[in-house]
Ligand binder design. Structure first.
Ligand SMILES: C[S@@+](CC[C@H](N)C(=O)[O-])C[C@H]1O[C@@H](n2cnc3c(N)ncnc32)[C@H](O)[C@@H]1O
Length: 233
């Protein structure tokens, strides 16, 4: 049976606002992302092989790819990997850029038994035998700085090691306190023009808006999702 990958509609305006890039450049990056069919097919094949029709993941992976292609980051930090949809798209873009490192932190949530149960399991639960980032193609894993443990323990250490964080993505424990703590922890390394992103902002009680307002910014929302971000002035 043929694969029918879900290619999400994209939001070029969101990427343009976050990067300040002209719409033409954004459109080119998004077209390039859309052509990376092999990556989408790989991720979906891995999910299905693990017995999962649905997996909680970032719903704007092509925009993450475009952000990384346009901003040419030296360092991306993401917290919350799970199967690795956001990671795979960042890694693909960095590979195309020919420079830059993705640093990811994940404290995985194991599936309770061999069969996924909607009632008992979190939609991000790791199927048995799988590890964080299990859907990322092995061709993208070289040079990936993946750290397993709680953000509370690992993020301060990672941030101390880096001279800058050009893109930060919060996608782990979605509470006001935790997200605010993460923004505060990375903030001193986010340069002017750096981008701070958070998924599921509807669960954050305004944490990202409050953080952005300290910089005189207002987060921009990716259409159809609760993924929001702002660019540091
Ligand atoms: C929504 S998933 C990440 C999805 C991923 N960004 C993607 O696009 O596929 C959230 C992940 O964060 C992990 N997590 C939850 N709390 C954490 C914490 N305190 N520190 C690190 N990881 C955590 C969960 O176990 C899960 O693996």
């Amino acid at each position: 049976m043929g694969e029918t990958p879900r290619v999400p509609k994209t939001d070029p305006r969101w990427v343009a606002e976050l990067t300040g890039a002209p719409v033409r450049e954004v459109a080119e990056a998004l077209t390039e992302a859309t052509k990376e069919r092999a990556l989408e097919e790989h991720v979906q094949r891995e999910h299905r092989a693990a017995g999962r029709e649905f997996y909680a993941e970032i719903r704007a992976p092509l925009e993450l790819y475009a952000l990384a292609r346009i901003l040419k980051p030296a360092h991306i930090v993401e917290v919350g990997v799970s199967s690795g949809v956001s990671s795979a798209h960042f890694l693909q873009a960095l590979q195309r850029n020919g420079r830059g490192t993705l640093h990811s932190i994940d404290f995985p949530t194991p599936q309770k038994s061999t069969r996924f149960s909607e009632n008992e399991d979190s939609p991000v639960a790791l199927p048995p035998g799988r590890a964080s980032g299990w859907a990322v193609p092995s061709t993208l894993k070289q040079g990936w700085d993946l750290r397993i443990g709680r953000s509370e323990d690992l993020l301060p250490i990672l941030v101390d090691e880096l001279d800058r964080v050009d893109i930060f993505l919060h996608d782990d424990l979605h509470t006001f306190e935790h997200a605010t703590w993460e923004f505060q922890t990375v903030d001193r390394k986010v340069p002017s023009g750096g981008v701070v992103l958070a998924d599921n902002t509807n669960w954050l009680d305004g944490a990202l808006d409050r953080w952005a307002s300290r910089w005189g910014s207002v987060p921009v929302r990716r259409t159809g999702t609760w993924l929001c971000g702002f660019r540091k002035p």
